[in-house]
Design a binder for this molecule. Structure first.
Ligand code: SOE
Length: 373
């Protein structure tokens, strides 16, 4: 079977992560494009056989199987649309687009051309997360009623720290929620099956960031409360300026009989609590099989797997889908649309200072509906 040939657009942290995942999934990075030929060359030099190219247009002419879009958020829409219109499968970094309408258009375009179009909500790929999902979906009667957690980072905790994500012209009108809050909400809905239907967001900033007005328009974090379609209540604390917190995504989904908790910074175990015991369920590759076999590259228990392994498994599932497979839980452009709808609701709620309803569209509803705001 010929390896799939991929192109990587964007040469920052995510471009490098995607490139490693392509190789781990048995693909070939054919070409790399960046903000300049020099930046493309720097990443291509690390990838045997990869060619630096001047931009997406040149990449689209190389008869690729899939293009990975790892550029600033406001570039995603045009780049993903161009790849889809060229009949090429797409992996587009989240947020898929900075408005629900654009995200819906991308999801629709991909569906019409029957291309595989995925978004790396990669925390779905921790075995402990899949174990939580398996147990929750199997344990009927333990109705989850309190869904809470946090996602805390500190990479923007210094007033002098900056990044294209801080500029709304490149990152979009929501920063912390649009960047990491969407991960947490995707996990909530993927693991529990609940859907957020009302949300109240209090977004704020830690300090006056250097860089003038444009550097102080989007949120460093905040506190969100929400309700789900099954009557559960929930809360999410979000921050990109919490000192000492590196990438601490944490959740606890609680029922009256059993609660389930996960910490991305200690991902080898799932905490399961009930009345008379609290246990740690360890990762076991034999329990999370793909097509009846342990995942490619799975390590034995006691050999910790982390973030890059999740990315590798996400890309492996995407490539499986490109070859006609039906991997469980692949996050697609429908999920990217869902995230855009949630982000719009969060920014609307924060602006109004009140609760807002969240339409159930995208993967949540299993169908794509036009949503206008
Ligand atoms: C920065 O906040 C970032 O790299 C996000 O963009 C990723 O989606 C997240 O997985 C890790 O942190």
């Amino acid at each position: 079977m010929q390896p799939l040939r991929s192109g990587i657009v964007g040469t920052g942290f995510m471009g490098s992560v995607h490139a490693q995942a392509v190789t781990a999934a048995g693909g070939i990075v054919d070409s790399v494009a960046g903000s300049s030929l020099a930046s493309a060359s720097r990443l291509a030099e690390l990838l045997p056989g990869a060619t630096p190219v001047g931009g997406l247009d040149e990449m689209l002419e190389r008869n690729l199987d899939v293009i990975h879009i790892c550029t600033p958020n406001t570039l995603h829409f045009e780049q993903a649309l161009a790849a889809i219109r060229a009949g090429i499968n797409v992996v587009c970094e989240k947020p898929l687009a900075t408005t629900p309408a654009q995200a819906a258009e991308l999801a629709k375009a991909a569906a019409e051309r029957d291309t595989i179009a995925a978004v790396p909500f990669i925390y779905r790929y921790y075995p402990a997360v899949r174990e939580a999902r398996r147990r929750i979906l199997a344990e009927s009667g333990n109705d989850l009623w309190l869904l809470h957690g946090s996602y805390l980072q500190d990479w923007l905790a210094d007033p002098s720290a900056t990044n294209w994500r801080v500029d709304p012209g490149l990152g979009g009108t929501s920063r912390a929620f649009g960047d990491i809050g969407v991960h947490w909400c995707d996990l909530l809905e993927f693991v529990t099956g609940h859907r957020i239907v009302r949300i109240n967001a209090n977004l704020t900033r830690a300090f006056e960031r250097e860089g003038g007005p444009s550097a102080n328009q989007t949120e460093d974090g905040g506190v969100l409360t929400f309700e789900t379609d099954r009557g559960a209540a929930g809360s999410l604390v979000l921050s990109q300026a919490s000192a000492g917190r590196k990438n601490r995504l944490w959740f606890s989904f609680d029922g009256p009989r059993t609660s389930y908790s996960f910490n991305q910074e200690a991902p080898e175990h799932l905490w399961v609590g009930s009345g008379d015991e609290q246990i740690l369920v360890g990762r076991n590759p034999e329990r999370h099989l793909v097509n009846g076999n342990p995942r490619r590259g799975a390590l034995p228990p006691g050999h910790p797997q982390g973030y890059q392994h999740c990315f590798n498994d996400f890309v492996a599932d995407t490539y499986d889908a490109i070859r006609g497979g039906a991997p469980d839980g692949l996050p697609t452009f429908l999920d990217g649309h869902r995230a855009a709808v949630l982000t719009q609701a969060v920014t609307d709620s924060a602006a109004k200072g009140s609760w807002v309803d969240v339409p159930i569209v995208g993967q949540a509803a299993g169908v794509l509906q036009e949503v206008t705001f």
